[in-house]
Write a protein that binds this ligand. Structure first.
Ligand code: FAD
Ligand code: 2HG
Ligand code: ZN
Length: 466
């Protein structure tokens, strides 16, 4: 590794002691992703406590051509927050964890301004304390950060009603790769003054700058939840159920999650919880209302009955509701006990999900009879987690099959007009698939934007762009 002692001395001068980590052991957790798949190497981790510190560090790195990996809660599923081999230990991580204050709540405009390192669950609580609701909800909400959610355009379980992060951001504050600050933390609901810079940053996965703060939309708090677990025989029935729910309950349908019987086996075993019912496929759906609506549960039961969805459990208490959600939210953790998997975070038109599941399973089983599938996801917005495990292979050796299996799975995804990255992003896992998803013109345009904002190519090198 190049001699970095001069840079370390320079960073020590511009930062407080609690903003700089250079000890190998202390840096280790920042360099390893949560799947334990990507191991990066850096010579410093910076944890700025102010925007001024972020700017000072980024300016210094720009002058000295030092690569930067922005990092939030480090929960990325695709190695997005771990320095790639392309920077070969030459760069630093800028972790936003200590830039985590609430800047203010604006009740009149229904928005909150928070710094990027604030944990999602805290923002949900901040909104609740102000008598409002922030709807983004993911199983990693206890550790992921708002900046990371924005950088990945996170989705989760409430997209069917509230949209992904892209729909929830009103304004951003960003430190550009040359250290300049772009401030646009606006509560304006309308503002058609030229290009919408924030939308470019949302989903840019740390390749165009560091998000330091955001103004986020808030909503009326939910007063009524009705949560049901419905067993269905096949995907076609699940899609029909979705249509039935949308027809009867419109925007009150907040979540519509699909879970395979095997995925449920895994989470119920992990949690030692009884399964709500037995079926080949399961749907966890939730209706919400911002008024006290004592009729909603009965209406749901009637609609399920009329549409002949007889296999159903409707939560009778908050505790039961939490148990149903827990079974869903622990699938990701539970499947780790099967070993490493080849993950596919895909989305497709909802009307094509059944075709995809049938065809992909056939193709995979023919080529790899030992493959085990863990399938679940956010059917309400057409996204699926389609994870492939290989029986008897409990370690990273499974990745030797990844290129072949990805080719098989993604061919089926493309055949139904789908995408290889629904909500987790591209990171360093899926860069080679970008040319299959975006035209040459689009990729060239992305390179032009990257070049104009990050002229020295220092930000999250080896991510997103092929
Ligand atoms: P990190 O992992 O730290 O970073 C992610 C990317 O954002 C990296 O490219 C990084 O460089 C960049 N970045 C981070 N902070 C900033 C910043 N301030 N400025 C610029 N760039 C930045 N995702 C979903 O969408 N839906 C789910 O339902 C979901 N469920 C999950 C469940 C589990 C158990 C786990 C482990 C993950 C899940 N994820 C899900 C994936 C992940 O949690 C999300 O992508 C999350 O939004 C990442 O946030 P983070 O703060 O951890 O970001
Ligand atoms: C979820 O919806 C996450 O639980 C995790 O997006 C998906 O583990 C996965 O593949
Ligand atoms: Zn998900």
């Amino acid at each position: 590794m190049a001699d970095t002692s001069v840079h370390i001395q320079a960073l020590k001068k511009m930062l407080a002691a609690n903003e700089l980590i250079v000890d190998e052991q202390d840096m280790a957790a920042f360099c390893l992703d949560q799947r334990r798949r990507y191991q990066g190497k850096v010579w410093a981790v910076v944890q700025p406590t102010s925007v001024a510190s972020v700017q000072a560090v980024v300016k210094y790195c720009f002058e000295h051509a030092i690569p930067i990996t922005p990092q939030g809660g480090n929960t990325s599923m695709c190695g997005g927050a771990t320095p790639s081999d392309a920077v070969a230990g030459l760069g630093i991580i800028v972790s936003l964890s200590k830039l985590n204050r609430v800047r203010g709540v604006n009740v009149a405009d229904n928005c909150i301004t928070v710094e990027a390192g604030r944990i999602l669950q805290q923002v949900q609580a901040d909104a609740a304390a102000a008598g409002r609701m922030f709807p983004l909800s993911l199983a990693s909400e206890g550790s992921c950060q708002i900046g990371g959610n924005i950088a990945c355009n996170a989705g989760g379980v409430n997209v069917v009603r509230y949209g992904p992060m892209r729909d929830l951001v009103m304004g951003l504050e960003v430190v550009l790769p040359n250290g300049d600050l772009v401030e646009q933390l606006t509560p304006l609901h309308k503002n058609t003054t030229g290009f919408d810079f924030k939308q470019l940053l949302i989903g840019s996965e740390g390749t165009l700058g560091i998000i330091t703060a955001a103004t986020l939309k808030l909503f009326a708090p939910v007063k009524t939840h009705v949560t049901a677990w419905v067993g269905v025989n096949n995907i076609e029935a699940a899609v029909l159920l979705l249509q039935t729910m949308q027809q009867h309950f419109a925007e009150r349908l907040s979540s519509f999650e699909l879970i395979s019987a095997f995925a449920l086996d895994l989470s119920s075993q992990l949690l030692q919880l009884q399964q709500p019912l037995q079926a080949p496929w399961h749907v966890l759906l939730e209706l919400t209302d911002s008024t006290d609506n004592s009729l909603l549960q009965e209406q749901l039961m009637q609609v399920l009955w009329d549409a002949e969805f007889a296999e159903a459990v409707v939560a009778e208490s908050e505790q039961q509701r939490e148990q149903l959600w827990s079974l869903r939210e622990h699938i990701s953790e539970a499947q780790r006990h099967l070993g490493a998997s080849i993950k596919h975070d895909i989305a497709m038109p909802i009307g094509q999900v059944a075709t995809f599941i049938h065809q992909c399973e056939q193709v995979l089983q023919a080529a790899y009879p030992q493959a085990t599938l863990v399938v679940f996801g956010h059917l309400g917005d057409g996204s699926l987690h389609y994870n492939v495990f290989m029986a008897d292979i409990l370690s990273n050796e499974v990745y030797q099959y990844e290129t072949d299996i990805n080719a098989l799975v993604y061919e089926q995804v493309f055949a139904v007009g789908g995408t290889v990255a629904a909500e987790h992003g591209i990171g360093q896992l899926k860069t080679q698939w970008m040319p299959y998803m975006r035209t040459a013109q689009e990729l060239a345009l992305m390179q032009t934007m990257k070049q104009s904002l990050d002229s020295k190519n220092l930000f999250n090198v080896g991510k997103v762009l092929p």
